[in-house]
Design a protein around this ligand. Structure first.
Ligand code: EPU
Length: 342
């Protein structure tokens, strides 16, 4: 297994902030996994492509960066099964599937990150979530040093949530994911923005439109460092919605199960006058207020200060506390944003 001593992570996080780690491990085989030292749960952090991670200190914990590649396709009469190594790039996978006429993932085009990170936060966009196509996940458990196979139900998927963020957090790592793509395909045009497409739209048309929409709103991390949506869209009760609607009748909302609704965090932030706002050398993106961008800062602390300001502003105006969807990592491991001590 490759290792490196005192390694800069600046090129390994899409916010492009500086943080160094004393140990970077790239397991790429079952033997490598068996050879991993037994670390304490908060001593290390599992890093995919770093597109949803904010390092807040100049030092980072030990980094384990899985390096499992390969795509295998099998089929039954009704479905294709696509088994993908955790470190394959997600968007390359989507393109690979579409160009091989395996349809279903087109709404999830251009989402940054690795295939292995997709189930962790149950990536989602344009009316589709990873969980819609998840069949099973191969996961290496550190303690027993065995590979477990979790079916979709066991993964406990929810909006930007899974078991890998909760009870299995840092207890193992994802080696591969298997997707189930039904052969009987139907375009999912439910999300606003896609309803301009005709009902005869092909998967290629949908993917093209999704790419066009994303490129028009979301900054390319290679040109303007960012981690996509910084905050999750908040979920509130119908009672809270009614109160807010009385004051802001034009507020967008999306009904959920259990008498709850999801609000649009980008809209809330924009109503606070923060779209395009700049603080030091970081800011709120001027085309999508849910995205925080790094113009030229070297330190994650600047993003933290901005995020706290945004959080406080939304809380003051709407009495809603936004929670980051980005993972916040200090020198001593991942922490809840509200528990950050810097
Ligand atoms: N809106 C504003 N101002 C803004 C941004 C949004 O008023 O600055 C309004 C829009 O007009 C719209 C609503 O908010 O009415 C929702 O906006 P949008 O469709 O852009 O989606 P979002 O809720 O802001 C979510 C995901 C994105 C995903 C899009 C499209 C989360 C946290 N974010 O954003 O995912 O691409 O939907 O499906 O759920 C990501 O996770 O990194 C990400 C980019």
């Amino acid at each position: 297994m490759s290792t490196s001593i005192s390694y800069s992570l600046k090129s390994k996080n899409s916010f492009a902030v500086e943080a160094t780690t004393q140990q970077l491990l790239f397991p790429s085989s079952y033997e490598d996994l068996l050879a991993l030292p037994c670390f304490d749960q908060n001593e290390f952090y599992i890093l995919g492509e770093g597109s949803n991670t904010l390092f807040t200190d100049t030092t980072a914990p030990i980094i384990i960066s899985p390096n499992f590649t390969g795509i295998e396709i099998t089929e039954t009469q009704s479905s294709y099964f696509v088994k993908v190594g955790a470190s394959e790039n997600w968007h390359n996978l989507v393109q690979y599937c579409i160009s091989n006429r395996l349809y279903g993932l087109e709404n999830l085009a251009l989402i940054p990150g690795s295939a292995g990170a997709a189930p962790v936060q149950n990536i989602g966009a344009y009316g589709v979530e990873f969980s819609d196509f998840c069949f099973e996940i191969c996961w290496f458990e550190f303690e027993s040093k065995t590979v477990k196979v979790l079916n979709k139900h066991s993964c406990q998927f929810d909006y930007r949530e899974s078991i890998f963020k909760s009870s299995l957090y840092n207890k193992g790592l994802i080696i591969s994911i298997t997707l189930k793509l039904p052969k009987k395909w139907q375009a999912n045009l439910s999300y606003h923005g896609l309803n301009s497409l005709p009902s005869s739209a092909t998967a290629e048309d949908v993917m093209g439109k999704v790419i066009e929409l994303r490129e028009s709103k979301l900054p390319n991390p290679k040109k303007l460092p960012n981690a996509g949506s910084f905050f999750k869209n908040p979920i509130v009760t119908l009672v809270k919605l009614d109160k807010l609607k009385a004051i802001y009748p034009e507020m967008p909302f999306y009904p959920q199960a259990d008498k709850q609704v999801k609000l649009a965090a980008g809209w809330l932030i924009e109503q606070c006058g923060l779209k395009g706002y700049r603080m030091k050398s970081v800011g709120v993106h001027d085309k999508q207020a849910l995205v925080l961008v790094n113009y030229s800062s070297n330190t994650g602390k600047d993003i933290v200060d901005l995020a706290r300001y945004v959080q406080a502003s939304v809380n003051e105006k709407f009495a809603i506390k936004l929670q980051p969807e980005v993972k916040v990592v200090t020198a001593s491991g991942e922490v809840m944003f509200d528990n950050l001590e810097i």
